[in-house]
Write a protein that binds this ligand. Structure first.
Ligand code: TXA
Ligand code: MG
Length: 333
């Protein structure tokens, strides 16, 4: 049985005690709902992979109530301090060398010499992390390879009965996962995953940030990045200028006449923040209603490639990627 906890003092206290006892609690952040476990208890971390039905281990982000707590686990450099100052709490994850004596388990770190840390911008999540008082590993709270959840109902659709509780803090405001920046080599800060902090925002603080050209470049650094991910059941067709009568349409911008019988507009006003916040709910809705209507595909209109458009396109590319036969996610080549 999965308990649904309200974002009240007692709900948060219950969630924290479940985490401290090695249980699994999904909780809302500003990006997506995370499936949390005590990162220092390998058995608790193992339960994350089991609940998500994830076929392999991969390194997880550990979450903290503040930068000071995060920097007990890693060795920050000058750029880490500047980025943390500028963007924490917020949708930025930093990869840094593991600190001597760090408590994060090898299972959460996948045995790497570096660790991923972040301070989320959500009052309920911060209160939970404060009370848990330990690093909390939290990948998105969905079955492996599927669409990330941005409200508590999505979490229950994915994981009801497989986790101890979901702490309901309402819908996520950003809607795409955090931006991941590798700072292990202070001379070459590298963007590993586009996300809620845009490249333009990052570059204002970190002008020399480098962008890997392809996913295979990213793979060795960020082994958890899968090619097929965020996958609805219906196939996805990208950069669709027109939709067909057997397609559901994921639109962006001013509404135009379409043959598609089912439409979800990410933002009629063409606003990328609104589009990011509506992305995963839109994919989930078109997938469910499109299947019910017997549609064959989800067609996606072009998304402008600036600001949050890069993170949105990254998720859509993965939703459209060829899927492994067994329906589970697989490693990037
Ligand atoms: O917004 C988010 O970041 C959400 C919410 C719940 O906070 N969390 C999330 O976690 O997306 P997760 O564990 O699914 O994302 C982990 C990402 C993967 O791309 C993984 O490869 C990368 O971080 N990562 C983790 N540790 C790493 C490391 N030591 N070196 C390189 N990449 C690492
Ligand atoms: Mg995920």
């Amino acid at each position: 049985m999965t308990r649904r906890l309200d974002a009240t003092q007692s709900g948060i206290a219950t969630a924290a005690s479940i985490l401290r006892a090695g249980g699994l609690v999904a909780f809302g952040t500003e990006t997506v709902y995370g499936l949390g476990a005590d990162a220092s208890q390998p058995q608790a971390v193992a339960r994350i992979f089991e609940a998500k039905n994830r076929p392999r281990f991969n390194p997880l982000i550990s979450h903290f109530a503040n930068a000071q707590a995060a920097f007990t686990q890693v060795v920050p450099n000058a750029m880490a301090h500047r980025l943390a100052q500028a963007f924490w709490p917020g949708p930025l994850t930093l990869i840094l060398p593991r600190a001597p004596g760090a408590s994060i388990s090898d299972l959460a770190a996948d045995g790497l010499a570096s660790l991923a840390v972040r301070v989320p911008a959500n009052a309920t999540a911060l209160a939970l992390l404060e009370q848990a008082d330990r690093p909390i590993a939290a990948p998105s709270a969905n079955r492996s390879g599927r669409i990330s959840p941005v409200d508590a109902a999505h979490v229950l659709e994915e994981l009801d009965g497989r986790i101890d509780a979901v702490l309901d803090s309402g819908p996520c405001t950003v809607g795409v996962e955090s931006t991941v920046v590798d700072l292990t080599d202070p001379n070459t800060p590298t963007l590993l995953r586009p996300g809620g902090i845009t490249l333009e925002e990052l570059a204002a603080i970190c002008p020399h940030i480098s962008l890997p050209q392809t996913t295979s470049d990213v793979a060795p650094h960020s082994p958890g990045r899968m090619v097929s991910h965020y996958a609805p059941h219906l196939p996805v067709r990208l950069n669709a200028l027109q939709a067909q009568p057997d397609e559901a349409l994921l639109a962006f911008g001013a509404t135009r006449p379409t043959l598609a019988p089912l439409v979800w507009n990410l933002s009629a006003a063409g606003n990328l923040e609104e589009a990011a916040a509506r992305l995963f709910t839109g994919l989930r809705t078109l997938d469910r209603e499109g299947q019910a209507l017997g549609l064959r595909r989800i067609a996606v209109q072009p998304i402008p490639q600036h600001g949050l458009g890069r993170a949105i396109q990254d998720r859509l590319n993965r939703a459209a990627a060829p899927r492994p036969q067994d329906g589970t996610e697989d490693m990037a080549p």
